[in-house]
Design a protein around this ligand. Structure first.
Ligand code: ZN
Ligand code: ZN
Length: 330
């Protein structure tokens, strides 16, 4: 055995020793070894989705993942109607209305009730006197028709909708369905994929959508709140963190704990759905109201019970997760 081979043998045995010793190591140690070789890999549990109504239909189809893996995916076809909670309200009617008449708004990490007082206070809140979303009687200007919704719920909203509270009603998208593909078995990658759908030319290849709730509603990309506010409109989310547009139907921008959650036997945060790469998606906070301290850049981490999985961001951040560590269906 020459010297070089001997050194390699020693390095190899140290490496194997550290892998063996890591079987009993803590979560934080596991993270430093990175998770491509995680021992717990859970298949997506299709039975967790709410398929008892026609709102969600799941079939298994062959698919090719972003890393070239040929495998099976779940094809999830969902209507825009969650079966586990009501949608809305979004815009209150009068500046005297309480929080039950409106939804929420997300700003600087905080969740604000869009009640009458919030609408009345917008010029102060945004330090801009152009905000004035109500008439002399306190009635709030808001979109009233499907045509208003089509015109106002897009990033290029015209000036005629300045100082309108924008809400699109479920009846406008009653016939809409969405189709998603997620790998039955998640395949973790050595590097993360950023989400696509950003500004043109940024080059991110990934999907723009983050995941799917058990009711079939998509956890969507952050709402373009700068564009919405820049047009002097407000497009509130309901208390479940969702609102409606013509392309996406009803979709979430915040995990507020309203859609179906699967409680965990330990103190770990409840499960709220799956990310598009087939890894589980969990609430931000555990039973002690604490966020995990070892999340990676995507907001994921590993444990032996759940395998690699993500934790949703705080609802006030208009965000769920930051990237995908698993391969996704092309
Ligand atoms: Zn939206
Ligand atoms: Zn966790």
């Amino acid at each position: 055995m020459n010297f070089k081979i001997k050194v390699e043998a020693i390095v190899l045995s140290i490496l194997m020793l550290s892998i063996v010793s890591c079987i009993s190591c803590s979560d934080s140690d596991t993270k430093t070894t990175e998770n491509v070789s995680d021992s717990t890999i859970l298949n997506v549990d299709a039975s967790l989705f709410l398929t008892s109504t026609s709102a969600v239909t799941i079939t298994t189809v062959p698919c090719t993942l972003s890393d070239g893996t040929s495998t099976d995916c779940y094809k999830i076809v969902a209507t825009s109607t969650p079966s586990d909670h009501e949608m809305g309200p979004w815009c209150p009617i009068n500046i005297s209305d309480d929080a039950s008449a409106g939804g929420i708004w997300l700003e600087n990490g905080q969740v604000y009730d869009v009640d009458g007082a919030f609408i009345k206070n917008m010029a102060t809140f945004y330090n801009d006197t152009n905000w004035h979303m109500y008439d002399a009687n306190g009635a709030i200007y808001k979109t009233e028709t499907q045509e208003d919704c089509a015109n106002a719920a897009n990033p290029n909203v015209g000036v005629e909708y300045e100082n309108f509270c924008v809400e699109c009603l479920p009846s406008y998208v009653a016939g809409l369905t969405q189709t998603y593909y997620i790998p039955v078995t998640p395949v973790k990658q050595a590097t993360a994929t950023n989400f696509g759908g950003g500004p043109p030319g940024r080059g991110d290849a990934g999907p723009s959508q983050r995941g799917i709730a058990f009711n079939g509603v998509v956890f969507d990309a952050p709402a373009p709140t700068d564009a919405i506010l820049g047009a002097y409109t407000l497009a509130p989310f309901d208390d479940a963190g969702g609102h409606i547009n013509f392309n996406a139907g009803y979709h979430y921008h915040a995990a507020t704990g309203v859609s179906t959650q699967i409680a965990q036997a330990d103190t770990h945060a409840a499960m709220i759905g799956y990310a598009l790469d087939g890894h589980g998606l969990y609430a931000q906070l555990d039973a002690n109201d604490s966020e995990p301290t070892d999340l990676d850049a995507c907001r994921g981490h590993y444990d032996a019970i759940r395998g690699y999985h993500y934790h949703a961001d705080a609802p006030g951040n208009n965000n769920f997760i930051n990237c995908l560590y698993g391969a996704y269906a092309n």
